[in-house]
Design a protein around this ligand. Sequence first.
Ligand SMILES: Nc1ncnc2c1ncn2[C@@H]1O[C@H](COP(=O)(O)OP(=O)(O)OP(=O)(O)O)[C@@H](O)[C@H]1O
Ligand SMILES: [Mg+2]
Length: 250
Amino acid sequence: MAVLEANQVTKQYRMGEVTIKALNGVTLVVEKGEFVAIMGPSGSGKSTLLHLLGGLDGPSGGEITLAGRPLSHLSDNEITVMRRRKVGFIFQFYNLLPTLTAEENVALPLLIDGRSLRQYQEKIDGLLKLVGLNERRHHKPEQLSGGQQQRVAIARAFVHDPEIVLADEPTGNLDSRAGTAVLELLRRACTELAATIVIVTHDPRAAAYADRVIFLKDGLVCRELRREPAGGPAGFNVQPIMTVMAELEL
Ligand SMILES: Nc1ncnc2c1ncn2[C@@H]1O[C@H](COP(=O)(O)OP(=O)(O)OP(=O)(O)O)[C@@H](O)[C@H]1O
Ligand SMILES: [Mg+2]
């Protein structure tokens, strides 16, 4: 089943007299339970695409369908509700609220959606344990390391059982050890929570955790690698990803 579809999606940014063509007709499908990585040179439109896929911004042309609903048929308000309920976001710089504890940050998507926390305490506890931060639950972000903050952000992204989790350079600000911990968690979330995940990354070792790698160039999908055989152990060998990167001069 497709959780997310982009059909001939374009995006132009107007900057005064100048029009920047960020996406030039991207078509892709993300199936339920997939872990997809998007790679491509700086400026190729990766972040733009992720924003559009999550309904943070609207396309100039084409259609995005999230959980079976074409976003162009929805009002701004309906898209906001869709985003709250169906999407989890993870950002490069964590984007935690500094005044809230780790636990409160994890609970935030539930509060924003008007759900009562009581019913979700078990879920929150389970996620804090999954990301290894049960002992740090009362810490504020400034009392946590970068890797720990990103693990809070991961728990937050999954707390409301979203249809899809979108992550823009989730390891971009972390050293390799903290980055590996984040990727292993995302991989586990995919398996254990039956989550569907799309990450943007520059790092072939990060992309190697995915089931499929989509390469963007000049606002278009130019290559795709699929893990073979499907259903085998999760993740790629880094080598085929490096080969395509070299071909594309990434
Ligand atoms: N809000 C905006 N207003 C105007 N132009 C924008 C805006 N956001 C992105 N762009 C332009 O659109 C193009 C694609 O940008 P985008 O941020 O999607 O690239 P990216 O692949 O994520 O790059 P990076 O790897 O550096 O993060 C770039 O040319 C960028 O300058
Ligand atoms: Mg970007």
